[in-house]
Design a binder for this molecule. Structure first.
Ligand code: SF4
Ligand code: MG
Length: 333
């Protein structure tokens, strides 16, 4: 069947001034050839350090940003060819939840106004708006009395619930969630992720879930794409990715997650240095300046993203690394 969302070779380059004192232009390679598919009811996690292009990718998918090149299909329809009016109509089905529940809600609008605004925009009859707003609060586990309150009267977790209710107002099919729990206390994060999972089951939603941390997506993801400097370096279903990470970068991200069982430790993979500047990404494998397994070939030849049994990885040496590395998790005797 047709996937709900198909993204092919998306590229976004931003021109920037080289320096304050120069007229020369440089180019930020924010997203450099991203492809994936997503089915209804599934969650695609996009994971990577800040600056890897995952938020830009999320905005490109919703056409909130125009790509430099590449395609996005929603239910088989090429979004890039849609005229503004048709895109506005489609946008109802494509919503976004933002990272910061403090700044994404208008402080001068009550919860009722916040929830009713998208309903008005998409033409729900006036007489039905309030009932829908109450229904939306109920969906995210908040009481109807909250309708007359303002954002500052709520905790971070409650505000994010209101942000979710607003995104759900017009019955979307796909929601891009840009680090929806990163700004919340760890104790609240699980509650919000659980709520999102319940809503997904109940409403058949698909999510693109952006996160900088693999721990956050462990429960909600059906598939995970790991991004590094604008490119996908690994893609697999959640189980394969967590059980048998193939890319050294994924192995490093995973090794940073503490394991819940006492006595079980992960071989910690430490990365050297910082993420390189996306204006001039390293030659060959972009990860070679930080990779603990890098060899001469890695600086010269770009590794292709190749699939083996539905699990894709862009690394010249992943087989050798898998054969030689200790298991990702070890019991301490
Ligand atoms: Fe490391 Fe080389 Fe593989 Fe890149 S291609 S991840 S530098 S081993
Ligand atoms: Mg971001």
């Amino acid at each position: 069947s047709t996937p709900l969302l198909r993204v092919e070779k998306l590229v976004k380059h931003f021109p920037v001034q080289k320096s304050l004192f120069s007229r020369d232009k440089a180019v930020v390679h924010a997203v450099d050839g991203l492809s994936f598919e997503l089915r209804a009811g599934q969650t695609m996690a996009l994971v990577g350090e800040s600056g890897c292009g995952k938020s830009t990718a999320g905005r490109l998918v919703l056409r909130l940003l125009e790509p430099t090149s590449g395609k996005v299909w929603f239910e088989g329809q090429d979004l890039m060819t849609l005229k503004p009016a048709a895109m506005r109509e489609r946008r109802r089905e494509l919503q976004m939840i933002f990272q910061d529940p403090y700044s994404s809600l208008n402080p001068r609008m009550t919860v009722e106004q916040t929830l009713i605004e998208p309903l008005q925009l998409h033409g729900l009859a006036r007489g039905r708006q309030k009932a829908r707003a109450i229904e939306l609060l109920d969906l995210v586990g908040l009481p109807a009395q909250y309708l007359q309150r303002y954002p500052h009267e709520f905790s971070g977790g409650q505000r994010q619930r209101i942000g979710i209710a607003r995104a759900l107002a017009v019955e979307p099919r796909l929601i891009v969630c840009d680090e929806p729990v990163s700004a919340l206390d760890v104790s609240i994060q699980a509650q919000v992720v659980n709520l999102m999972q319940d809503l997904q089951k109940q409403l058949g939603l698909a999510y693109v879930f952006i996160a900088h941390d693999l721990a956050v997506v462990k429960h909600i993801a059906s598939h995970v794409a790991v991004m590094y400097l604008g490119q996908m370096v690994e893609y697999a279903d959640k189980k394969s990715l967590f059980d048998q990470p193939r890319h050294p970068y994924t192995q490093a991200l995973l090794s940073a997650i503490p394991l819940p069982e006492p006595g079980l430790v992960r071989q910690r993979v430490l990365l050297q240095g910082d993420v390189p500047n996306p204006v001039s990404p390293p030659s060959g494998c972009r990860f070679h300046t930080r990779c603990p397994h890098a060899k001469a070939r890695c600086a010269e030849e770009v590794p292709e993203l190749l699939s083996d049994g539905g699990h894709s990885v862009a690394c010249h040496f992943w087989r050798e690394i898998a054969a030689s590395a200790p298991p990702a998790e070890m019991h301490i005797p």
